[in-house]
Write a protein that binds this ligand. Structure first.
Ligand code: NAP
Length: 376
C-alpha cells in the first residue's frame, strides 16, 4: 500500500480508502447488510494496509456506521481514521446537530470522528448549514476533540465549489472525480483549486460507481492495443493517483477479490507516475467513451418545463449513460420513476415547444421516441 500526504494537514493516509456505501444485502434477517461479510471485508482491507474508511449516517439505511463500529472492535479502531457525515436533512439547530453527532459516535463505538463532513453539499445546502450554525458547531466540536477535521463532500457545479471552499476554514474536501468527470461537478478545476489551497482531496466515484470497471468494445480495444496490459479498474485508479492533490481514492468493494485487487493496484501507484503515452491513452479512452454519446444534450434545461410534463433532459441523460457505460434499462430506477410519475416520452404530443427553445437545435421530438423505444 502506498501512503500519501493529506495536504496542509501533514498526516499520511492510505492511497486506497474503503467506502462503506455498497456492501451487499444479507440473504435474510432484518439487517440490509450481510454483517459478517462486511466486517470481514473491512478487516481484510485494514489488514492489507488501508487506514482510511468512509461511511455516512444515511448509508445502507443507517446501518453502515453500526457495522463499521463492530468491524473496528478488537483493536482495529486504532489502525484507521474514520470519515462520516452530517446530512442536512437530519439537522435543524444546534441541539439536533449535537444529538446526531452523539448518535454517530455511539453507532461507531468511538469517542471521536477523524474526518467529519457536511454531506453532499452544494451552495443551497451550504447556506442552510450556515443558517443553522453548523460552521460554529464544527469549530466547537474540533476544540472539544469530538472531531479532528472539518470537511465537506460536494455534488454541484464548479462555481459553487469555488464559493464553498473559500467560505470556511476547511480541513478536507471529498469530490466525485474520475477520468470521465474532468469537466463535471468540481472537476479538474476544483481539484487544482483545492490543491492550491493546501486542502487534501478525497475521491469518491473513482470508478463511477463501478461503471468504469467494464469497458465497452471500442474502449477495451484501446486498452488491448497498449503495450502494457492493465485492467480498466487499474487504469482508472492509476490515472487518479497520478494527481498530486489527491490524498485518498475511495472505493466501495463488495467482494474479497475486489479488495485484494485494489490492494495490489494501490501498491503500485504514485503521483506523477504516468508517462506521456499513458496519459494520451487515457485521453483517447475518454474520447472513445464520448463517441458513444447518443445525443448532444447539455442538460441546460432551456426546453423545460415541457407543457406535457416530459422530462426531456432526464431521458436524454439516461440514454447517453446507458450507451456510454452499459446497463439494463429495465433495471434503471430513473426510467422506472419516469414511467410511474408520467414524465416519460410516451407523454410527448409533438407540440415542438422544446425544439424552438433548444440552443443546440436538437431534433428532440424524434429522439425522444427513439430513446423511449430503446428503453422498452
Ligand atoms: N459523500 C457523498 O456524497 C458520496 C457519494 C458517493 C460515494 N461516496 C463514498 O465514496 C465511496 C466510493 O464511491 P463508490 O463506492 O462509488 O466507488 P467506485 O470505486 O466508483 O465504485 C465502487 C464499485 O466499483 C466496483 N469495483 C471496485 N473495485 C473493483 C475491482 N477491483 N474490480 C472490479 N470492480 C470493482 C464495485 O462494483 P460492483 O459492486 O458492481 O462489482 C464497487 O461496488 C462510497 O463507498 C462512499 O463511501 C460518498
Amino acid at each position: 500500500m502506498k501512503y500519501r500526504t493529506f495536504g496542509k494537514l501533514g498526516i499520511q493516509g492510505s492511497a486506497f480508502g474503503l467506502g462503506c456505501m455498497r456492501f451487499n444485502g444479507a440473504a435474510s434477517g432484518d439487517s440490509i447488510i450481510d454483517e459478517q461479510k462486511a466486517i470481514s471485508l473491512i478487516r481484510r482491507a485494514i489488514d492489507g494496509g488501508v487506514t482510511y474508511i468512509d461511511t455516512a449516517y444515511v448509508y445502507l439505511d443507517k446501518t453502515s456506521e453500526i457495522v463499521l463500529g463492530k468491524a473496528l472492535l478488537d483493536g482495529y479502531r486504532d489502525k484507521v481514521t474514520i470519515a462520516t457525515k452530517m446530512p442536512s436533512e437530519a439537522v435543524h439547530d444546534r441541539a439536533s446537530m449535537e444529538e446526531l453527532l452523539a448518535t454517530e459516535l455511539k453507532k461507531l463505538q468511538t469517542d471521536h470522528i477523524d474526518f467529519y463532513l457536511m454531506h453532499g453539499i452544494n451552495k443551497e445546502k451550504w447556506e442552510y448549514f450556515k443558517s443553522i450554525g453548523a460552521p460554529q458547531f464544527f469549530d466547537d466540536m474540533k476544540k472539544e476533540g469530538k472531531i479532528r477535521y472539518k470537511c465537506f463532500s460536494f455534488h454541484g457545479p464548479y462555481e459553487e465549489f469555488e464559493y464553498i471552499i473559500n467560505d470556511y476554514d476547511w480541513d478536507m474536501v471529498q469530490i466525485q472525480y474520475n477520468f470521465m468527470d474532468v469537466e463535471n461537478q468540481a472537476g479538474t478545476k476544483g481539484l487544482e483549486l483545492a490543491g492550491k489551497l493546501g486542502i487534501p482531496v478525497v475521491i469518491m466515484e473513482g470508478l463511477l460507481g463501478g461503471r468504469l470497471a467494464n469497458a465497452p468494445d471500442n474502449v477495451q480495444a484501446l486498452y488491448d492495443a497498449f503495450p502494457v496490459k492493465r485492467s480498466p479498474v487499474e487504469w482508472a485508479f492509476r490515472w487518479l493517483c497520478n494527481h498530486p492533490e489527491i490524498a485518498t481514492v475511495l472505493s466501495g468493494c463488495n467482494e474479497a477479490e475486489q479488495i485484494d485487487d485494489n490492494l495490489r493496484i494501490f501498491d503500485t501507484v504514485e503521483a506523477g507516475i504516468m508517462s506521456e503515452e499513458e496519459l494520451k491513452l487515457m485521453d483517447d479512452v475518454r474520447e472513445a467513451y464520448i463517441s458513444r454519446t447518443k445525443i448532444g444534450c447539455t442538460g441546460c434545461r432551456y426546453c423545460m418545463p415541457c407543457p406535457n410534463g416530459v422530462n426531456i433532459p432526464g431521458i436524454f441523460s439516461v440514454w447517453n449513460n446507458l450507451s456510454l457505460y452499459g446497463g439494463d434499462p429495465h433495471q434503471n430506477g430513473q426510467i422506472r420513476r419516469m414511467k410511474e410519475n408520467g414524465s416519460g416520452a410516451d407523454q410527448c404530443i409533438g407540440c415542438g415547444a422544446c425544439e424552438a427553445a433548444c440552443p443546440q437545435h436538437l431534433s428532440i421530438i424524434e429522439n425522444l421516441q427513439v430513446a423511449w423505444n430503446e428503453f422498452a
